[in-house]
Ligand binder design. Structure first.
Ligand code: FAD
Length: 478
C-alpha cells in the first residue's frame, strides 16, 4: 500500500527540515525521510563540530601566546583532546536533538526513518514501504570523496567525517587538500599541538581565491608552523611504519613528506548515486550533481533539489537559502531565483576570511564602494598584520621553507594581542549557541548567511521577506 502526502522531503540537512515545517504549517501533510543523523552534514560532521573545535584550538593558541598579552598563565599549555572532543560532541548532540524535536513536534510533519529511493517520479520506497506525493524535495547533501591518488587504497586515512572521532593529537598530521576544509583542520590541529603539513596540488592554497588572498592565508598559517607544499602534481602515498609517507612531485626530486596520520580533504560528492534517480527520469551531471533550474526544480516537474546536491552552493547558508527560495516561490507567490543570490562564505581559519561576491579572477566582483574595498587591499592588510605579529612569540623571525618539512619550527607562534580578540571570542560561542540550542532550529545561521539573507528584521517569525505577488498565487502546500 502507498501512503499519500502533499509533499515529501528527503534529507534532514539544512534545507529539508525548514521546508517540511513551512509546508506543514501551511496546512500540508508532509513526510520527511532521514536515513541517518538529523541535521545532516553541518550539524554532525561539518560546520558545527569544526567550528566548535576551532574555538577550542583558538583558546589553546591564545593561552600559549598569553605572555605576549602580558598575561602569565604560569605553566605549559596542554590540550586534552578527549575533553575537546567531548565538548564538541555535546554541542553536536544538542543541535541534532534540536532538529529532531522540532520535526517530530510539528503538527503535519511525519518523520520516516530509512533510506529513500524513487520507485517512480511521484513515489519513494523506504524500507519496504511506499510513499507518494505530487512534490518531492531532495536535500540529500554530500559526503567526502578522495581523488585518485597512487597508493591511497593501501593506507589508512581520515576524512572530514572520521576526523570527528579523533580524540588524540596526532604526532604529525599530513593534510591532502589546501582548500577550505583542509586548512581549517590544519590550523586547528597545529594549535592542538600536532606537526601539520598541507599538500596541495595547485600552485597555491585555496586556489579559487585571488592570489593575494591565498598568499595572505598561507603566511598566517606558515607563521604558526604549518608546513605547506603547493604544486604537488604527482602525489603518491605509502605506509611508513605506523605512519604514512607521501611523494609530492612527479620526478621524486623533492623530499618525501612523512607523517603519523593522513587526512584527505580534497573533495566531496553528492549523495545521488543511491536515490534510484533513473526511476524518476532524472539524470545527473558527470560528478553526480542534479541539474536544476533557477527555481531549483529538476527537469521532472514537481521534483526539486535543495542544498549541496544541486551544485548551486556548498554551504549551510546556501542550502538554507535554497529553502527560502523554494518556499517563497511556492507559498508566497514570489519569483525568487537562485542566480539572484550573492555568493558569500567564510573560511574559519584565524583570523577568518570572509568573502562576499565573486573573485577578481572569477569576473565582476562586488566591491565596497569606499576606499579599501579592493581584494588586494584586504590581502595587503592581512599580510601587514601577519608581519606585525611575527617576532612576538617563540621562534620569532624564522621563515618556513615551503618545500622542506625537515626545517619545520616546533614552537607555536601566534598573533599579537588584538584588542578586538575578545569580541571574536564572544561571537564564536554565540554562533554555536544559535546553532546548538536555539528554540527554533530554522534560525540556525551564520554571519555569512546573514549577508545572503539581508537585514535583521526579516529574520524572526516568517523568514521570507517577499510580499506575495497577485500574479503568482500560492501553491503551498498542494
Ligand atoms: C568539515 C566541514 C566543514 C564545513 N563547514 C562549514 C561552515 O563553516 N560553514 C558553512 O556554511 N558550511 C560548511 N560546510 C558545508 C555544509 O556542512 C553543507 O554545505 C551543509 O550541511 C548543506 O548540506 P545539505 O543541506 O545539502 O545536506 P546535508 O547537511 O549533507 O544533509 C543531507 C541529509 O540527507 C540524508 N540523506 C541522504 N540521502 C538520503 C536518502 N536517500 N534517504 C534518506 N536520507 C538521505 C543524509 O543522511 C543527511 O542527513 C562544511 C562541510 C564540511 C564537510
Amino acid at each position: 500500500m502507498t501512503e499519500r502526502f502533499d509533499a515529501i522531503v528527503v534529507g534532514a540537512g539544512q534545507a529539508g527540515p525548514a521546508l517540511a515545517v513551512r509546508l506543514a504549517k501551511a496546512g500540508g501533510k508532509v513526510a520527511l525521510v532521514e536515513r541517518n543523523l538529523f541535521g545532516g552534514t553541518c550539524v554532525n560532521t561539518g560546520c558545527v563540530p569544526t567550528k566548535t573545535l576551532v574555538a577550542s584550538a583558538r583558546v589553546a593558541h591564545v593561552a600559549r601566546t598569553a605572555a605576549a598579552y602580558g598575561v602569565d598563565i604560569g605553566g605549559r599549555v596542554t590540550v586534552d583532546m578527549r575533553k575537546v572532543k567531548a565538548r564538541k560532541d555535546g554541542v553536536v548532540e544538542a543541535s541534532r536533538q534540536g532538529v529532531e524535536r522540532w520535526l517530530r513536534g510539528t503538527e503535519g510533519v511525519t518523520v520516516i526513518r530509512g533510506h529513500a529511493r524513487f520507485a517512480d517520479p511521484k513515489t519513494l520506497a523506504v524500507e519496504g514501504a511506499r510513499f507518494a506525493a505530487e512534490r518531492i524535495f531532495l536535500n540529500v547533501g554530500g559526503r567526502p570523496s578522495a581523488p585518485p591518488i597512487e597508493g591511497l587504497d593501501a593506507v589508512p586515512y581520515l576524512t572530514s567525517s572520521t576526523m570527528m572521532d579523533v580524540d588524540f593529537v596526532p604526532e604529525h598530521l599530513v593534510v591532502i587538500g589546501g582548500s577550505y576544509i583542509g586548512l581549517e583542520f590544519a590550523q586547528m590541529y597545529r594549535r592542538f599541538g600536532a606537526e601539520v603539513t598541507v599538500v596541495e596540488m595547485s600552485p597555491r592554497i585555496i586556489p579559487r581565491e585571488d592570489a593575494e588572498v591565498s598568499e595572505a592565508i598561507r603566511e598566517v598559517l606558515a607563521q604558526e608552523g604549518v608546513a605547506i607544499h603547493t604544486s604537488a602534481q604527482c602525489i603518491s602515498v605509502a605506509k611508513d611504519g605506523k605512519g604514512v609517507v607521501l611523494g609530492v612531485d612527479c620526478d621524486q626530486s623533492l623530499p618525501a613528506v612523512r607523517g603519523s596520520h593522513l587526512l584527505v580533504a580534497a573533495g566531496r560528492r553528492p549523495n545521488t548515486h543511491d536515490l534510484g534517480l533513473e526511476a524518476a527520469g532524472i539524470e545527473t551531471d558527470p560528478q553526480g550533481f542534479i541539474p536544476v533550474d533557477e527555481r531549483l526544480e529538476t527537469r521532472v516537474p514537481g521534483i526539486f533539489v535543495l542544498g549541496d546536491a544541486n551544485r548551486r552552493g556548498a554551504f549551510t547558508h546556501t542550502s538554507y537559502n535554497d529553502y527560502e527560495i523554494v518556499a517563497a516561490n511556492l507559498c508566497d507567490g514570489a519569483d525568487r531565483k537562485v542566480s539572484d543570490r550573492i555568493p558569500a562564505y567564510a573560511l574559519f581559519v584565524d583570523p577568518p576570511l570572509g568573502r562576499v561576491g565573486m573573485t577578481e579572477a572569477g569576473g565582476a566582483q562586488v566591491r565596497p564602494s569606499g576606499p579599501g574595498g579592493e581584494a588586494s587591499d584586504v590581502a595587503r592588510r592581512a599580510r601587514a598584520r601577519a608581519r606585525r605579529d611575527r617576532g612576538l612569540h617563540e621562534g620569532a623571525g624564522r621563515r618556513r621553507d615551503e618545500t622542506d618539512s625537515r626545517r619545520r619550527d616546533t614552537g607555536h607562534r601566534g598573533r599579537r594581542g588584538d584588542p578586538r580578540a575578545h569580541q571574536r571570542d564572544e561571537r564564536a560561542p554565540a554562533l554555536h549557541r544559535v546553532a546548538g540550542g536555539g528554540a527554533d532550529p530554522s534560525d540556525r545561521r551564520g554571519a555569512a548567511a546573514d549577508a545572503v539573507r539581508g537585514p535583521a528584521p526579516a529574520r524572526r517569525g516568517n523568514p521570507l521577506p517577499h510580499e506575495p505577488s497577485p500574479q503568482r498565487p500560492s501553491t503551498c502546500p498542494a
